[in-house]
Ligand binder design. Structure first.
Ligand code: NAP
Length: 335
């Protein structure tokens, strides 16, 4: 059978949790590069909670995906063919943003070459990609975490959260992670060596959280919003910092997001709550990646993955983000 380029196209704007008909699956011809361009074979597609927000209409930190456009996603791709004067060579492995499809054309703008290394390629979507950068700048620049701080992290066994936990340990913080289920909590304690892991699905969660944070928290790294953010607000030390990285518990609401109830705790504790978007730190990516690369080499920073095979399984992968049936960085292998 002739090879085709399977593409997932945004067909409509979802309300609430996206059904499968939010996308149209198109099998197109593999495109040909013109001069200055390259044909890329996508190897891995990054599956991110932010995808849900990009489908919504309205003002955000990035333009919404157009109806009829390929679903936006970060990818790792191999250069297959090069037109005259193209900026990369056949065989180079790159990272960039050409979405949920198996092949694409680029002129190379906005793409970075992945250095040859022993690391599995998905590392460059995980700890050494956008995920790791989000954790690094969120924790250190916005959270201003420093030695001795108590750092609370939600979705702690996820892609960003697991890197936040490890960087906080490297920096000498006491780390308390929140995750769904015993297996994830065991992973946080046994593999990432954090100080305490709490299962937010357990009946006694709020009590356990209060007891574990009895002396207060200096940083709350928030990936989930909702009730956990509300609970964290009651645990702040004076001058605490809350990093609003994401609010996955709210992304599929079909009603408006309800704001945090306990925000007066910011006043009482002279605390701050600040949103962050990783793209704002572009100029500092090289130095952050060099520091994180060193931690990876020294075995201090690990990236764990859940890899789902086959572009036809994009919807299954997308749903997995919200069901929590995965650990670490979620990646779709598409070629
Ligand atoms: P992730 O944590 O790998 O995956 C999402 C995890 O969220 C799931 O595994 C699940 O883990 C948890 N979750 C799902 N529904 C939940 C709910 N209702 N309540 C509590 N937890 C829930 O995803 P990620 O890529 O690392 O992203 C984490 C957060 O960072 C997201 O909010 C994302 O939008 C945000 N983000 C922000 C930026 C930025 O620049 N601001 C960049 C990247 C990501 P459990 O099994 O533990 O429930």
């Amino acid at each position: 059978m002739k090879d085709v380029n399977q593409q997932w196209i945004l067909a409509k704007r979802p309300i609430g949790f996206p059904e499968i008909d939010t996308w149209e699956v198109k099998n197109s011809e593999i495109p040909k590069p013109s001069s200055g361009e390259m044909l890329l074979k996508h190897l891995y597609v990054s599956i991110d909670p932010a995808m849900r927000g990009w489908m919504n209409k309205g003002k955000s930190y990035i333009e919404p995906i157009e109806i009829g456009a390929v679903m936006r996603a970060g990818v790792i791709a191999e250069v297959m063919e090069v037109g005259d004067g193209a900026p990369f060579q056949k065989g180079d492995i790159l990272t960039g943003w050409n979405g949920v499809q198996q092949y694409s054309i680029t002129n190379g703008k906005g793409w970075q070459k992945i250095p040859s290394s022993q690391l599995p390629l998905p590392y460059y979507l995980g700890a050494l990609g956008m995920t790791g950068l989000t954790a690094y700048f969120g924790l250190l620049e916005v959270g201003k975490a420093k030695e001795g701080d108590v750092v609370l992290v939600s979705a702690a066994a996820g892609a960003v959260g697991s890197v936040v936990c490890q960087i906080a340990k490297i920096k000498g913080c006491k780390v308390i992670g929140i995750a769904g289920g015993k297996a994830k909590c065991d992973y946080l304690i046994n593999e990432l060596n954090i100080d305490k892991a709490l299962d937010y699905k357990a009946e006694n969660f709020l009590r356990e959280l209060r007891v574990s944070c009895a002396d207060g928290i200096d940083v709350y790294f928030d990936n989930v919003g909702g009730e956990i953010l509300d609970a964290a607000l009651t645990l702040l030390k004076r001058h605490a910092r809350i990093v609003i990285c994401g609010a996955i518990s709210q992304y599929n609401n079909d009603k408006k997001i309800k704001g945090p109830n306990n925000y007066m705790s910011l006043l009482v504790n002279r605390a701050t709550m600040q949103g962050m978007v990783v793209f704002d730190y572009k100029e500092k990516y090289p130095s952050a990646l060099s520091e994180m690369g060193k931690w990876v080499k020294e075995g201090k920073l690990k990236s764990e993955f859940t890899i789902i095979e086959g572009i036809e399984n994009f919807y299954k992968a997308f749903k997995t983000l919200f069901s929590g049936e995965k650990q670490g960085k979620l990646v779709l292998k598409v070629n």
